[in-house]
Design a protein around this ligand. Structure first.
Ligand code: TMO
Length: 320
């Protein structure tokens, strides 16, 4: 009697804890990374809402682009919806190789991250967008009446100092703390018709609102980063610009595929083009809606698009 009872208890304990573990695992929130620029945050919220619509729990987790790879590799965070080639390819390729992170496919959008100016600056500094014009006009970009120009950099690591040295530009770097600081610098310069050159990227809200161009540095080539002899300066690396037509990818923690298979399918299908992303960023940075409002508005207006990203066997209530 005691034996049967004990066996039953052990059996039910094992059996139920197994069941619970399965459902609990599936119902754990999927952690979506949010970074510090608007389109990424809106896309993260769009992704979260789509995953919620089929029954998954989600949460948002702030991370810098440098710190995110550790938490994504360890399964502390699970989804990154905007992997930019220009700022992230080196780390991305490393975690893909290690097997801890999966490439969840590319968006249609192509990307560029580079020095940028509003078009009227061409009248002040003829020869732009060719980078050699900056050599003659550095004083125009000065903020302290010196001959040294000021480049306003974003809070994301780029080889700017190396480029300035390799191309022998008379410029100093002023690094702002957040994206909004770039935009207030830009608006201030435009208001006063003052020369400015700052970090910008595409797709972004700026191109939806202002006319401007990227500086054309010598065309990027991988050898520019690894062989000093390559390019206009035989002594230094980085005598070139950032890549043009860079990729924009999605990445997930490798375990996501087994733990939340429908989520994996959905994330692979998520796809935005340049216009979509630029418009979504403008809704926040120009029209001043919140990230969540921008996401909800897009979801309401584009049901036919995002519902196609959900495969038949993953419709609500039926998620494996
Ligand atoms: C990573 N970013 C899009 C801000 O250049």
């Amino acid at each position: 009697m005691t034996n049967i009872r004990t066996n039953f208890l052990i059996f039910s304990f094992l059996f139920c804890s197994f069941c619970d573990a399965q459902t609990t695992k599936n119902q754990e929130p999927i952690s979506i990374i949010v970074n510090d620029w608007s389109s990424q945050i809106v896309l993260a919220h769009i992704t979260g809402n789509i995953l919620n619509s089929v029954g998954y729990k989600t949460k948002y987790s702030f991370s810098t682009i440098n710190e995110q790879w550790g938490s994504l590799s360890q399964g502390i965070d699970h989804v990154q919806v905007e992997v930019w080639e220009g700022t992230m390819s080196a780390m991305f390729e490393r975690v893909i190789k290690s097997g801890s992170v999966l490439d969840a496919g590319s968006h249609e959008a192509t990307t560029r991250e580079e020095w940028w100016y509003p078009t009227y600056v061409e009248e002040l500094c003829p020869g732009l967008p060719d980078w050699r014009a900056l050599k003659k006009c550095s004083a125009l970009f000065s903020n302290d009446n010196s001959s040294i120009g000021r480049y306003v950099a974003g809070p994301w690591e780029k080889p700017e100092a190396a480029r300035i040295r390799a191309l022998d530009l008379n410029f100093k770097i002023d690094t702002v703390k957040k994206a909004d600081d770039l935009w207030s610098e830009l608006k201030n310069a435009i208001t006063h018709n003052k020369a400015i050159v700052l970090f910008n990227w595409s797709p972004n809200w700026v191109e939806a609102v202002y006319e401007g161009k990227f500086i054309e540095f010598p065309e990027y080539h991988i050898d520019c980063e690894i062989d000093p002899k390559w390019g206009v300066n035989p002594d230094f690396h980085y005598d070139c610009g950032n890549p043009k037509n860079g990729f924009l990818k999605k990445a997930v923690w490798a375990g996501l595929k087994e733990q939340w298979p429908c989520a994996f399918d959905i994330i692979k299908n998520i796809n935005f083009n340049n216009e979509n992303i630029s418009a979504l960023a403008a809704v926040v940075d120009f029209k001043k809606l919140s990230y969540e409002q921008a996401a909800t508005q897009w979801l309401n207006e584009n049901k036919s698009i995002w519902q196609q990203w959900i495969s038949q066997n993953c419709k609500a209530g039926n998620i494996p």
